[in-house]
Design a protein around this ligand. Structure first.
Ligand SMILES: Nc1nc2c(ncn2[C@@H]2O[C@H](COP(=O)(O)OP(=O)(O)O)[C@@H](O)[C@H]2O)c(=O)[nH]1
Ligand SMILES: *[C@@H]1O[C@H](CO)[C@@H](O)[C@H](O)[C@H]1NC(C)=O
Ligand SMILES: *[C@@H]1O[C@H](CO)[C@@H](O)[C@H](O)[C@H]1NC(C)=O
Ligand SMILES: *[C@@H]1O[C@H](CO)[C@@H](O)[C@H](O)[C@H]1NC(C)=O
Ligand SMILES: [Mg+2]
Length: 426
């Protein structure tokens, strides 16, 4: 039955509008679009993890679904709390190609940018209309009681504050990444708990052509840490220019290059093989997370003095003279830290205005991550997703795990080595 309905839809696309093919169906093909957005306060590096949840789910869906052609529409980046450089103006509607290598992403999954989606689908009244938007929410009661079970329950949106309201054309407007001309035809609320794969029943591709989920951070990984998880992660290569800038810096200041460091990656990530023989450049790299972590993770945040003490201990242990610091701290703290490490060469990456304008705060952060990931030894910040992404990149580059999962300790608590999330190769 499904097949024959699907054929009707395909048929509708070819024929002009008639009784069987409503105007809405007339442009339907078997192409389907999966759109999503994330809770506004979430940071860049958690959002990258949400992409992997989406990507592995869609990958499985595509494997199972022989009728529809699924595409993920990548939500543009913008308005992130940590992107505070005032000289860059509004950092909104930034496409994924600014940060990531689109060809690599596409080798895992059919993805398109939002601006491509807007061009691709017909507009009505100069609006790009998404057929259905599911507003996901947690079951607060379940979190209170602690009795967790899978849930996927429609609720009317009456008792939920939703950031969407109807406009004069009867479509829902909302934030939609800052596009006032992107709207949704229907908005439905779902109380959800469980993994991404449970969203399958909400897709309803026979009814909808473009399906969006807001609060996509709520569904969990259905296959965390599997080969497929790592394939999706490996496909998230950075924009090659960001690599070039990082390589230039490594060569100029850190005496580091991929040949000597044994960190060469093949052009096509699918051909990279399991290895554990990366050496890395002759420097220690540190991710020292400050700002909101000083409050949210006070116990595991060292003072600058204690951070310097630990860094010196690592440098002695490893017999290294150079340390690279990635940090979101202010200038004064960085100067203090450097002062306390004056027997060593201390570096940080300072972008030119050209690089800043082009790649914004998000790109500068990625350059820091790339440089950290190529070090002989990395020490991160406990529970920072920024550090987690560096650890994953080091797993992909093939470093021995004892050089990757170390974290700085807070002054007050004894701390041990962080969790090891080791790569699995297919
Ligand atoms: N350039 C740079 N930015 C950083 C660094 N640490 C944190 N940030 C910024 O602060 C944000 C931290 O938020 P998030 O990505 O959520 O990571 P988390 O909060 O550490 O888990 C990053 O996305 C960066 O914008 C750093 O070492 N270098
Ligand atoms: C919506 O606005 C953007 C610019 O903000 C424009 O590029 C796009 O073409 C518009 N879409 C439609 C359907 O008019
Ligand atoms: C909405 O809230 C009202 C009053 O708080 C309550 O009586 C009603 O059952 C709620 N409806 C749903 C669907 O939760
Ligand atoms: C990591 O472990 C290997 C062997 O298990 C050892 O030879 C090496 O010295 C260790 N490296 C560091 C930095 O601890
Ligand atoms: Mg964060």
């Amino acid at each position: 039955i499904i097949k024959s309905i699907a054929n009707d839809i395909l048929y509708c696309q070819k024929e002009k509008i008639n009784e069987k093919c409503t105007s809405r169906q007339s442009y339907l093909s078997n192409k389907r679009y999966f759109l999503y957005d994330v809770n506004p306060p979430e940071g860049f590096n958690l959002r990258r993890d949400v992409y992997i949840r989406v990507a592995t789910f869609l990958k499985q869906l595509i494997k199972d679904d022989k009728i529809f052609q699924w595409n993920v529409v990548l939500p543009p980046w913008g308005n992130l709390y940590h992107w505070q450089s005032v000289d860059l103006g509004s950092q909104q509607q930034i496409p994924w190609q600014t940060f990531f290598d689109m060809e690599s992403l596409k080798k895992y999954l059919p993805v398109i940018e939002l601006f491509e989606f807007i061009k691709e689908i017909p507009s009505e009244n100069e609006e790009t209309i998404i057929d259905v938007l599911y507003f996901l929410k947690n079951d607060e009661e379940m979190f209170r009681i602690g009795n967790f079970e899978d849930k996927n329950i429609f609720s009317d949106c009456l008792n939920t504050t939703i950031p969407y309201k109807k406009n004069s054309y009867k479509q829902y407007t909302g934030s939609f990444w800052g596009y006032t001309n992107v709207t949704a035809r229907e908005v439905k609320c779902i109380t959800f708990h469980g993994t991404t794969i449970n969203l399958k029943k909400n897709l309803q591709p026979l009814l909808y052509r473009s399906i969006m989920f807001d609060h996509m951070e709520i569904p969990l990984h259905y296959n965390y840490g599997s080969v497929d998880y790592w394939n999706a992660r490996r496909s998230m290569r950075y924009n090659t220019e960001l690599h070039q800038i990082s390589n230039d810096f490594r060569l100029k200041y850190l005496n580091s290059n991929d040949m000597d460091d044994r960190t060469i990656k093949l052009k096509d990530w699918r051909l990279d093989k399991k290895k554990r023989n990366a050496i890395g450049g002759p420097y220690l790299s540190i991710h020292l997370r400050r700002q909101d972590f000083l409050i949210g993770h006070a116990a595991s945040s060292p003072t600058i003095e204690y951070a310097a003490f630990q860094i010196k201990a690592f440098l002695k242990l490893l017999d290294l003279k150079i340390v690279y610091i990635a940090t979101d701290t202010n200038n004064q703290e960085y100067i203090d830290l450097k002062e306390k490490l004056k027997d060593y060469s201390v570096f940080r990456y300072i972008p030119t205005q050209f690089v800043k304008n082009k790649f914004k705060d998000g790109g500068i952060a990625i350059i820091d991550q790339i440089i950290c990931s190529h070090a002989r030894y990395f020490v991160g910040t406990h529970e920072s997703t920024f550090s987690f992404r560096i650890q994953e990149d080091r797993e992909i580059l093939g470093f021995p795990t004892n050089t990757t999962f170390n974290v700085l300790c807070g002054n007050e608590i004894k701390c041990s080595i962080g969790n090891k999330w080791e790569i699995i190769w297919g």
